[in-house]
Write a protein that binds this ligand. Structure first.
Ligand code: ADP
Ligand code: MG
Length: 500
């Protein structure tokens, strides 16, 4: 564990930045936290609203077991304390998108206590320093509805589809010290949520958003007063907010001013934060236990099921890819960053092992290299991703098997892959139809090599006179004469012999 040394250089010396993040993550669930209404994104306004979500008088909330389960599984995935006893509180405030007049949340007894997330500080260099960032708590709460404002004519609308949707609020400790650390934390948290399947992590659709708490201090001094910038919806923006807000605070302090604890909003177009409200006129939320809901008491069987249902998580998977599959640290880190990539990769590896009759560790390195360079390269070019990939893991495995058994050279494999992308045909079929088989037919290769040597007597003389670099020329000419289909190893051997 190392402390990064991000500093802001002010007129009065260097300043350190202190960051804590409160991430709101929408829980993956077909129904809302306390009602059976649907939660799908993008539905027509007000089509997914039950009487509970609309806060009709007399309606009673009933906790959704699946939402509770997802919060517990998430807590377990960050090695957090799981509280067998937790309780819901009412947070009272008036807002037009909150028909109840209060949000049901957990203040005093959250379902998940202290946990931790370890991040790699320089993600391009997976062996670089790591840092463990503390998580204070995770609590479960309801989302509010959404207001939409028209300018011409001036009108406001409310859409209650999101009202009552289950959120996890994941509160970090003020442990981060640079925009890079905060960015790495959000990415790692997002990755864990997606592995666990408790949140889709889709920041554009608002399934995950961060409140960014920032303060500055001279190194070694007490924490300074913080500001909180609300609802930041991309990793890039989180980092920009910290950069901007820390510099603003240093300017204020060095000009003799004071930082007031306040809520701010980020404007991505102008890349600046603006004050929304100060803590002085902050609401008194008058929290109290929700009398409509019993406390949650989790039994051992429930907790055991939650734990047993957890998948292998990114850190463990990355280590296993290195130690058991023999992948490089870089490939292991890249492949495990996103759960979709690991699924595709693992399916490619098991199909490859089966197709070649070998063990997974024998085929994993070639599979990793092909996926990360050839497949990702092609998907990038086509504007697609693994989900929409025109080639399946089984088809990829068939191609890799043809390389492994010498039917295809690397160059031919690239050609076959291009045709697979275009036609969706299987590699074996393409090889048959287009005659793209690599040949190790020594007779044909010897003939071609002999002709190249006869046609280039001058070069042969130079080569034999010591200009060894010319060997590549003979290989190239022979390959060309063979239409690119000769086994390069055999070509090399034959030319070595023929040229003496
Ligand atoms: P509140 O209940 O007012 O929201 P919390 O103590 O729960 O306050 O803190 C909210 C978030 O602010 C946490 O993520 C925490 O790490 C962060 N935080 C607290 N103090 C500071 C500080 N001085 N500088 C930066 N972040 C802070
Ligand atoms: Mg808070």
């Amino acid at each position: 564990m190392t402390e990064s040394t991000y500093r802001i250089h002010g007129a009065t010396g260097d300043w350190e930045v202190v960051i804590g993040l409160e991430v709101h993550a929408q829980i993956t669930s077909n129904a809302k936290l306390f009602s059976g209404a649907a939660t799908a994104f993008g539905a027509e306004p007000n089509t997914q609203v039950s009487l509970v979500d609309a806060a009709m008088p007399g309606m009673l909330p009933a906790p959704n077991r699946e939402c509770i389960r997802q919060a517990v599984r998430t807590g377990m995935a960050i090695e957090a304390q799981i509280n067998k006893y937790s309780r819901f509180d009412r947070k009272n405030y008036f807002y037009a998108d909150l028909p109840q007049g209060y949000q049901i949340s957990q203040l005093y007894h959250p379902i998940v206590g202290e946990g931790q997330i370890t991040v790699t500080l320089d993600e391009k260099h997976p062996n670089s320093a790591t840092k463990t960032i503390g998580v204070e708590r995770i609590h479960v709460e309801q989302d509010a509805g959404k207001l939409m404002h028209d300018q011409h004519p001036t009108r406001s609308y409310v859409d209650l589809n999101r009202s009552g949707v289950a959120l996890m609020e994941i509160v970090s400790k003020p442990d981060m010290r640079s925009p890079v650390e905060a960015g790495a934390y959000v990415r790692k948290l997002r990755s864990i949520l997606r592995y666990v399947g408790s949140c889709d992590g889709n920041m554009e659709e608002g399934s995950m958003r961060a409140d960014v708490n920032v303060s500055v201090r001279k190194p070694g001094e007490e924490f300074g007063t913080r500001t909180e910038t609300k609802n930041v919806n991309s990793v890039r923006f989180v980092m920009a907010v910290i950069e901007h807000e820390a510099n603003r605070q240093v300017d204020v302090l060095e000009a003799g001013g004071k930082i007031v604890q306040e809520t701010r909003l980020y404007d991505p177009d102008k890349n600046e934060t603006r004050s929304m409200r100060s803590k002085e006129d902050a609401h008194d939320y008058r929290y109290f236990p929700d009398p409509d809901l019993l406390p949650l008491e989790l039994d051992d069987a429930f907790l055991a099921e939650c734990r047993a249902s957890l998948p292998e998580l990114p850190d463990a998977k990355r280590t296993r890819y290195e130690t058991e599959l023999g992948l490089s640290a870089y490939n292991a880190a890249t492949l495990t960053a996103e759960v979709e990539t690991t699924r595709w990769f693992e399916s490619l590896v098991s199909e490859s092992a089966r197709a070649q009759g070998k063990s997974e560790s024998d085929v994993a390195r070639a599979a990793a290299n092909w996926l990360l360079s050839e497949l990702f390269g092609a998907l990038n070019r086509l504007g697609k991703d693994l989900e929409t990939s025109p080639v399946s893991p089984a088809q990829g495995a068939e191609l890799l098997a043809l390389v492994a058994d010498g039917t295809l050279s690397g160059t031919l494999a690239k050609q076959v892959f291009e045709i697979m992308l275009e036609t969706g045909d299987a590699a074996g079929k393409i090889v048959e139809e287009k005659g793209l088989k690599q040949t190790s037919d020594t007779g044909a290769i010897e003939e071609a090599a002999a002709k190249v040597i006869a046609d280039n007597a001058d070069k042969v003389e130079q080569y034999r006179g010591g200009k060894e670099a010319l060997f590549g020329f003979f290989v190239g000419q022979t390959m060309k004469a063979m239409g690119g289909k000769a086994n390069p190893k055999v070509v090399n051997e034959i030319l070595k012999k023929a040229l003496g």
